[in-house]
Design a binder for this molecule. Structure first.
Ligand code: C2E
Ligand code: CA
Ligand code: CA
Ligand code: CA
Length: 279
């Protein structure tokens, strides 16, 4: 019996152990990359649809391993959440992006807000909000210029606990944005209880604007909800002039996406989007 189980296990092993090995190796490498501060940040402009002027930037983490090359954020963020590394990674993203903001501001750069992605796991850390507030203070960035983006699905998964922490973030003056909105089935009554300041429409509905009546109705309904809740609204994943025009015609004022620019390394972002004073 034991032998048969052993054999059966052996039959599954190659594929399984490959996956487990990659995971284990990635975890070790990610831990080291965070410790050595080798996570890079890219910045993607958020713009006013009418004036096309810059209003903010979303901060997106990038990781290139010396041997394995670029690792997709979808993969390493998931791994960080499962392994607990998200706490250290999240702190690094906050520190580095706020320092960058401070440097831009000191060189006379255009006003801009920072949109920082956050995992709900980070809110489970009791010291997190104090840490964030401390960094913001050191970098002289007003909390209202920081938006924390949480995905709709993660907020809905553990509501009670999250609501309390979000309320605390709001008390400090930070903005709270619901990311990937429209994908998480939240009810209006539930949304009403969330202390949020912005809704970010998921890009899947923007890409469907041309073809699908259902996507159009989500785009419209989201606008109604944002107005109803008196929160700001931004559309992500805008890739074409048509989509930008349509969104504006429907009543959207803010947007982000490849049509305006891709996520860019800090230096390129500054060159393209910030009018820094000559040194
Ligand atoms: P997200 O927060 O929904 O970020 C937007 C994603 O869409 C980014 O992918 C961005 O590169 C991509 N994107 C931007 N404009 C367009 C567009 O016009 N069309 C299309 N098709 N895509 C566009 P990315 O950088 O691969 O990040 C994937 C996800 O990883 C993010 O999704 C976010 O959930 C997570 N993530 C990235 N950085 C961080 C971080 O520092 N902390 C946390 N907790 N999560 C992060
Ligand atoms: Ca986001
Ligand atoms: Ca999103
Ligand atoms: Ca997403």
């Amino acid at each position: 019996e034991a032998k048969r189980n052993g054999l059966r296990f052996a039959a599954y092993q190659p594929e399984m152990s490959q996956r487990i090995q990659r995971r284990a190796s990635l975890e070790v490498r990610l831990e080291r990359a965070i410790r050595e501060r080798r996570i890079e940040l890219h910045f993607q402009p958020q713009v006013d649809l009418q004036s096309r002027r810059l209003i903010g930037a979303e901060v997106l983490a990038r990781w290139q391993d010396p041997d394995l090359g670029r690792i997709d954020p979808g993969e390493f963020i998931g791994l960080a959440e499962e392994s607990g590394l998200i706490h250290a990674l999240g702190k690094l993203v906050i520190e580095e992006s706020c320092q960058q903001w401070h440097q831009w501001r000191s060189s006379g750069g255009t006003d801009l807000r920072l949109a920082i992605n956050m995992s709900c796991k980070q809110l489970e850390d009791d010291g997190f909000i104090a840490f964030l507030a401390g960094v913001a203070e050191r970098c002289q960035i007003p909390p209202r210029d920081i938006d924390l983006e949480l995905t709709e699905s993660s907020v809905m998964r553990n509501p009670a606990q999250v609501v309390q922490q979000l309320a605390l973030l709001r008390e400090h003056g930070f903005g709270v944005s619901i990311d990937d909105f429209g994908t998480g089935y939240s009810s209006l009554s539930h949304l009403r209880q969330l202390p949020i300041t912005q809704i970010k429409l998921d890009r899947s509905f923007v890409s469907g604007l041309l073809q699908s009546r259902r996507d159009l109705s989500v785009v419209n309904a989201t606008l109604t909800i944002a107005n109803d809740l008196e929160v700001s609204l931004i559309a992500e994943g805008v890739e074409t002039a048509f989509q930008a025009e349509r969104l504006q015609a429907l009543g959207y004022t803010l947007a982000q996406g490849y049509f305006f620019d891709r996520p860019l390394p800090a230096s390129v972002f500054a060159e393209s989007w910030l009018s820094l004073a000559e040194p």
